[in-house]
Design a protein around this ligand. Structure first.
Ligand code: ADE
Length: 225
């Protein structure tokens, strides 16, 4: 898989790709991530990429020309399955969206900034819009990093234990059950006996039950579907 990220702040988004599981995925060539500084495609030598909005109002809007130049250059080099725009006024990211995107070959992610992008960018180039939650960030970069993390960890070979992504919270619309490790007792707090019993079918039943109870208590909305 190849991910091209278009941003006005490449330095802001790079570090999540330099650690842990995501770094290992890149080192193993399971995913390629490329960052494109929108200012490289600026209209003039001063790096102009944004302007005031027509009709008045506070906040700058990213202009269409630099974004067009960048996306067109990438599209001339290869075919993209999706051109994604990170913005708060979009459907919220969930596990289902991550699952679907993890199967794609090439994707572009455009990070919004300031007041966002000229609407014509969305009309012309964007095939999918994603928000990471009902709050406003200073830009789409942190959202893009979250989206990439959710996608990359699902690519086969990225996680050591191939099944562990499947048992994550949300894969079956349920939250994960509680987990414990050594010591089996700490300051009087004991690990549930069932987990020490070695009876794996019973442990599985217990975990399913805990998942359901947790979901009912913390996120009953997930059970409505
Ligand atoms: N840009 C600003 N806020 C955002 C959000 N909530 N999700 C994705 N991109 C954003």
């Amino acid at each position: 898989m190849r991910i091209d990220i278009i941003t006005v702040s490449p330095e802001l988004i790079k570090s999540p790709f330099e650690y842990s599981i995501i770094k290992r995925a890149i080192d193993k060539n399971l995913v390629e991530v490329h960052f494109h500084d929108l200012r490289t495609y600026a209209l003039n030598d001063y790096g102009k990429i944004d302007d005031y909005q027509f009709g008045g109002g506070a906040g700058m809007v990213l202009m269409i020309e630099p974004i067009d130049k960048c996306i067109s250059k990438l599209k001339a080099e290869r075919t993209y399955d999706e051109v994604i725009y990170m913005t708060p006024d979009a459907p919220t990211l969930n596990q289902q969206i991550a699952n679907t995107l993890s199967l794609k070959e090439n994707i572009i992610i455009l990070c919004g900034h300031y007041k966002g992008v000229d609407q014509r960018v969305r009309d012309l180039f964007i095939t999918k819009e994603v928000s990471i939650g009902d709050y406003v960030l200073s830009g789409g970069e942190l959202g893009a990093a979250v989206l990439c993390d959710t996608i990359i960890r699902l690519i086969p070979g990225v996680l050591g234990d191939e099944t562990s992504a499947l048992t994550d919270s949300f894969q079956d619309n349920l939250l994960s059950p509680p987990v414990y490790t050594r010591p089996s007792e700490y300051k009087g707090l004991k690990v549930p006996d069932i987990l020490l019993s070695g009876n794996f079918p019973k442990i599985e039943d217990w975990r399913n039950e805990q998942s359901f109870e947790r979901t009912k208590k913390i996120r009953p909305d997930l059970l409505e579907d």
